[in-house]
Structure formats: structure tokens, C-alpha cells
Design a protein around this ligand. Structure first.
Ligand SMILES: NC(=O)c1ccc[n+]([C@@H]2O[C@H](COP(=O)([O-])OP(=O)(O)OC[C@H]3O[C@@H](n4cnc5c(N)ncnc54)[C@H](OP(=O)(O)O)[C@@H]3O)[C@@H](O)[C@H]2O)c1
Length: 397
């Protein structure tokens, strides 16, 4: 790495390492999940958080590599609390299984680091038939975050500690498709460009952070969400591009950050007290940084959220729907997304009539194009304005 780097307002620079930006910090009472911890920035983030006393759960798709990573960390830091759980972010089934097993463990969750990623791979579809980079880098993390949010809220309430969600994005978000996110062409192979698709997924990381921040603030919970660029680091990320990989391996050691520097911004945003209360921001070199106009576009962020909700709901099997009964209407909400799926009005004979649909008929569960009636007798206890009665049902499809 070029040795002459200037320090920003945080007191750190592009050459600061993850150990330096967390020096003197104690994370002993904290639990974190780091996705993609089996390689590169994720491994170093895990090591340094563990060094600071954080209990780290590595979300990895290769459990054999994870075992090696854990053993290496334990050799250096015998007191480290590091565990691994299987997670394939390109499969919604796997994301759901991971979240469910994590919740069953009863562990708290203070920090969620959405780090895993793939870059510029040839066109392919994920297990859920979504373009692989968008599915892995954005959608898997989007679903994971939504599924773990309740645990994070509970932890921050009970421990009175700020929860932090950290999305590892990239400066490559600047080189997305001209429209930012190609909602209507997400799986279009004929116009697929591997680098632009990577940029699109990294822009999605930033937009996800921004809309999530808005929602967390609206909910009044003590959880922040920030995105970041880690720098350019010679890691396995470049494996799909032999030419770039070759150049990086030749010049990387001189020109680029090493992995210790590459994990610095993530560890800074996850742990440093300077970041307390800051949410919806983009960081680089352990300092606040600027993104593009698309990266701050609130409408685009909201549109991406709705789009991601539709995709995750569509493929999330065994969804749970909540019925929220209010004085004069009833809402049916998705447990996965917390979005309103249906709005029911009180109709004849005290029945609720559901006909106002949010989802397309193409979606697999059968609310679409059907009018549902539901007896309101059981909700008399909730018939004062503002009161709420929640009833959970399981729908399988
Ligand atoms: N390196 C850079 O210059 C750079 C620059 C900007 C942003 N970033 C971002 O930094 C993050 C980490 O990248 P890195 O440089 O550390 O790359 P890396 O060494 O290739 O690590 C990526 C990690 O993501 C995991 N991963 C990939 N697909 C996955 C899936 N479907 N499910 C679960 N895990 C999966 C990989 O697991 P496997 O080992 O099993 O493949 C690996 O652990 C990425 O989000 C990347 O976009 C990196």
C-alpha cells in the first residue's frame, strides 16, 4: 500500500489497519455475525473482532474452510469466541435455515456484518432463479437482515446497547447500469454486463442501508445501518477475472491495501464509538465518504426495498402472515418483510373483506385474485381505536 496517506477527521487513513482502528476497544459483551468469513476481508474482520472480545459467528458456505479459519484464529488468540454456521446467500432456503438456527441458539445479536460477495462473474442464475450477483450480494443479505432484525431489536432493548448493521459495498457502485437498478431486466442475459451487474449489486447494498435506516428510525429502535467501501485489496474476489487477477497479483502488494487495511473500515464502523448514532452513511478509509446521486436517491431505495420484498416473499416458503386487527380495518402483514399484503374492511355480518392486493397473480401464494372473508367477532376486544390484536397463521405453498 502506498505509504503516504493522509488522516481524515476520524484520525484514521487508508493505511490504518483493522487492529489500529479498534485499538483499546472492548467488545466482550457483544455478539456479531460476519458473512463471508472464510476468506479475505471477512476472515480478517472476524479475527480482529474476536481479538477485541466479540463473540463472532461466521456465516459461511464452506464449513471445512471455516474450521481452518477458526483454528488459525484460536492458535493466535486462545480466548477467541468464534463459531461457524452454514450459510449460502445465493439460496433463500439456506438464508432462512441459517436465521432460524441462529434464533434457536438463543444468542443475542449486536452486530450484523453483511460482507460476503462475488464479483463480475459470468451470467448465471441463483437457486431461486435470480441473477447470481444480485442474489448473493444484495438479496441474500436483504433477507438475512430482515429475518434477524427481531433478534437485534430484542438484544438492543435488553442490553441497552446500540445494534449495528454494516453493509460492505464498493466504489464499484459508481459503475452500475445507467438506470441504477434494472428492475425490469434483472435476469436479462442478452444485455448482461458482468462488471455493471457487480456495480448494480453494490449500489443495492447502499440503497438497502439507506431505506433500512429510514425504517429503523421510524420504528424508534437503537440500531444503526451503514455501508462502506473497504478499499481495493488483492483477495479471492478477483477469481472470475484472470487478467485483472494477474495485474493485481503483480502490482497489488505495492499499490493496494493489504487485507489488514482492507478490514479496517468494516471494524471501525462495527465497533468504534465515533460511529455511535450515525446511520444511513457511506464510509471509506474509516471516514465518512460521498456516494453517487443514485446512492442517495430515496425513491430508488424505496423502490429497491419493495422489489426485494416481492422477490423474497415470492421465494420464501413457509411464510408467516400476521393479521393486525384494528378498530375499522384489518391488515395482513408478511412476517418476512413486515409489508402490508392485504387490507381488509369491515363488511356485512361483521366479516372482514380482503380484496385490496399488493402482489401480482404470478406470486405463488394464493391471496391474489380471491376475496377473503374473515369473521370479526374474535376481535371485539380490539375494537377501540388504536388498539391492536395480532394473530399468527401459517400458510404453506
Ligand atoms: N477486495 C476488494 O478489492 C473489494 C473492493 C470493494 C468491495 N469489496 C467487497 O468486500 C467484500 C468481501 O470481499 P473479499 O475481497 O474479502 O473477497 P473474498 O476473499 O472472495 O471473500 C468473499 C467471501 O464471500 C463468500 N461468499 C461468496 N459467495 C457466497 C455465498 N453465496 N454464500 C456465502 N458466502 C459467500 C466467500 O466464500 P467462499 O470462500 O466459499 O467463496 C468468501 O468468504 C465483498 O462484498 C466485496 O464486494 C472488496
Amino acid at each position: 500500500m502506498w505509504p503516504f496517506s493522509t488522516k481524515g477527521p476520524s484520525g484514521f487513513s487508508s493505511s490504518s489497519t483493522a487492529e489500529q482502528v479498534t485499538e483499546g476497544l472492548h467488545g466482550t459483551a457483544l455478539t456479531a455475525i460476519v458473512t463471508g468469513a472464510s476468506s479475505g476481508i471477512g476472515t480478517e474482520t472476524t479475527r480482529v473482532l474476536a481479538l477485541r472480545g466479540v463473540h463472532v459467528i461466521m456465516g459461511v458456505r464452506n464449513m471445512i474452510v471455516a474450521k481452518d479459519v477458526k483454528e488459525t484464529i484460536l492458535k493466535e488468540i486462545p480466548s477467541a469466541k468464534v463459531d461457524a454456521m452454514e450459510l449460502d446467500l445465493s439460496s433463500m432456503e439456506s438464508v432462512k435455515k441459517f436465521a432460524s438456527e441462529f434464533k434457536s441458539s438463543g444468542l443475542p445479536l449486536n452486530i450484523l456484518i453483511n460482507n460476503a460477495g462475488i464479483m463480475a462473474c459470468p451470467f448465471q442464475l441463483s437457486k431461486d432463479k435470480i441473477e447470481q450477483q444480485f442474489a448473493t450480494n444484495h438479496l441474500g443479505h436483504f433477507l438475512l437482515t430482515n429475518l434477524l432484525l427481531d433478534t437485534m431489536k430484542k438484544t438492543s432493548r435488553e442490553t441497552k446497547k446500540e445494534g449495528r448493521i454494516v453493509n460492505v459495498s464498493s466504489e464499484a457502485h459508481r459503475f452500475t447500469y445507467s438506470e441504477g437498478i434494472r428492475f425490469d431486466k434483472i435476469n436479462d442475459e442478452s444485455s448482461y454486463n458482468n462488471w455493471r451487474a457487480y456495480g448494480q449489486s453494490k449500489l443495492a447494498n447502499i440503497l438497502h442501508t439507506n431505506e433500512l435506516t429510514r425504517r429503523l428510525k421510524e420504528d424508534g429502535v437503537d440500531i444503526t445501518a451503514n455501508s462502506l467501501h473497504p478499499g481495493t485489496i488483492a483477495t479471492n474476489l478477483f477469481r472470475h477475472n484472470s487478467a485483472v487477477n494477474g495485474l493485481i497479483n503483480v502490482f497489488g502488494r505495492l499499490m493496494l491495501k493489504n487485507v489488514q487495511q482492507g478490514a479496517a473500515t468494516t471494524c471501525y464502523v462495527a465497533l468504534h464509538p465515533q460511529v455511535k448514532g450515525i446511520s444511513g452513511k457511506y464510509f471509506s478509509d474509516s471516514n465518512l465518504a460521498k456516494t453517487t446521486s443514485q446512492g442517495t436517491d430515496a425513491d430508488l431505495a424505496k423502490k429497491l426495498w419493495d422489489f426485494s420484498i416481492k422477490l423474497t416473499n415470492k421465494f420464501a416458503k413457509d411464510n408467516v402472515f400476521y393479521f393486525e386487527f384494528r378498530a375499522d380495518h384489518c391488515l395482513v402483514k408478511s412476517h418476512v418483510s413486515r409489508e402490508i399484503l392485504l387490507r381488509g374492511q369491515v363488511g356485512l355480518h361483521g366479516l372482514y373483506k380482503f380484496s385490496n392486493l399488493l402482489f401480482q397473480p404470478a406470486n405463488s401464494y394464493c391471496f391474489s385474485s380471491t376475496i377473503y372473508y374473515f369473521p370479526s367477532t374474535c376481535i371485539n376486544i380490539a375494537s377501540t381505536p388504536g388498539s391492536l390484536f395480532i394473530w399468527c397463521l401459517h400458510f404453506r405453498h
